[in-house]
Design a protein around this ligand. Structure first.
Ligand SMILES: Nc1ncnc2c1ncn2[C@@H]1O[C@H](COP(=O)(O)OP(=O)(O)OP(=O)(O)O)[C@@H](O)[C@H]1O
Length: 245
C-alpha cells in the first residue's frame, strides 16, 4: 500500500429509495487505518450505506468525504455480495482484471501467491463456472486484496464459506488489511467480535448507527476467547431485542 489510509466522514448522510427514507442524519467517522464492522437486521440499509461510502449510490442528503481532503475515487476496493466474476476469464485473470482494465502492469506472482493463501493454488486456470460458491467468493476476496487500496469496503465477504474456511479467511483478511480503513458488513456476531476494532449496529426506520464496545485484544481474536464469546452473546441479544437495548 503506497497511500496513507484516510478516515471517512459521514456528515448528515441520508438516503431514500423511491421516496422512503432508509437512513437519515448519519454523522459518523470511520477511523483511519481501522477495521470497522457493521451489523444490523436484514433490509435495514447496510448495503445502501456501504454503497454510499463507495460513491456507488448518491445520497439524498449530506455527504461522504475522506478526512484528508482528497477524493475517495480511485482509493477504494469494493467487494459486493455478488462476486461479479467474469465467466469467460480464468481465476488468475479475474484476480488481475482491474489492473488489465486500467492498463497497469499485471503482477502475476502476487496474484498467484494470494490465491495459494486462499487454498486455490490448484485452480488458477479454472473458469468461475467450475468452482463452488465458496471458492468463487474466495476468488472475489483475492481480487479485492490484489487491488491493494487504502480503503476496503466488503459486503458479507465470507457468507458462502463453511465455518472453518470462514475462520481462515477472517484471519487472512485481518492480516492483509491491517492498517487500512476497512468497513465490513456481516450478519455474524462472532465474525464481528473476531475482526472488529470498531463495531457498529444499524437499526431502526429510518436507520441510525450506534456503536458497541469491541472485545479487548488484537484482531483477529480467537473464536474461543472469553471476551469474544461474551461480545458475541451481547451482540446476539441486541439483535434479538431489535437492537434497542
Ligand atoms: N435500488 C433500490 N431501489 C429501491 N429500493 C431499494 C434499492 N436498494 C435497496 N432498496 C431497499 O432499501 C432497503 C435497504 O436495503 P439494503 O440492501 O441496503 O439492506 P441491508 O441491510 O443491506 O439488507 P441485507 O442484510 O438483507 O443485505 C430495503 O428496504 C430495500 O428493499
Amino acid at each position: 500500500m503506497t497511500q496513507a489510509p484516510p478516515a471517512i466522514r459521514l456528515e448528515g448522510l441520508g438516503l431514500s429509495h423511491a421516496g422512503s427514507p432508509v437512513f437519515e442524519g448519519l454523522d459518523f467517522t470511520f477511523p483511519a487505518g481501522t477495521f470497522s464492522v457493521l451489523l444490523g437486521p436484514s433490509g435495514v440499509g447496510k448495503t445502501s450505506l456501504l454503497r454510499s461510502v463507495a460513491l456507488l449510490d448518491r445520497p439524498t442528503a449530506g455527504h461522504v468525504a475522506a478526512d484528508d481532503g482528497v477524493s475517495l475515487a480511485g482509493r477504494v476496493a469494493w467487494m459486493g455480495q455478488q462476486d461479479l466474476l467474469l465467466p469467460w476469464a480464468r481465476v488468475i485473470d479475474n484476480v488481475t482484471m482491474g489492473a488489465r482494465l486500467r492498463g497497469a502492469p499485471v503482477e502475476r506472482d502476487r496474484a498467484e501467491a494470494l490465491l495459494r493463501r486462499m487454498g486455490l493454488g490448484d485452480r488458477l486456470a479454472a473458469l468461475p463456472s467450475e468452482l463452488s460458491g465458496g471458492m468463487r467468493q474466495r476468488v472475489a476476496l483475492a481480487r479485492t486484496l490484489y487491488e491493494d487500496r487504502p480503503v476496503v469496503l466488503m459486503d458479507e465477504p465470507f457468507s458462502a464459506l463453511d465455518s472453518v474456511t470462514r475462520a481462515r479467511m477472517q484471519d487472512l483478511a485481518a492480516d492483509m488489511l491491517r492498517g487500512r480503513t476497512v468497513v465490513l458488513i456481516t450478519h455474524d456476531p462472532l465474525e464481528a467480535c473476531r475482526l472488529g476494532q470498531v463495531i457498529l449496529l444499524l437499526a431502526g426506520s429510518p436507520a441510525r448507527l450506534s456503536s458497541v464496545p469491541a472485545p479487548d485484544g488484537a484482531t483477529p481474536r480467537p473464536a474461543d476467547d472469553p471476551g469474544v464469546l461474551r461480545g458475541q452473546g451481547h451482540l446476539m441479544r441486541r439483535l434479538l431485542d431489535g437492537v434497542a437495548a
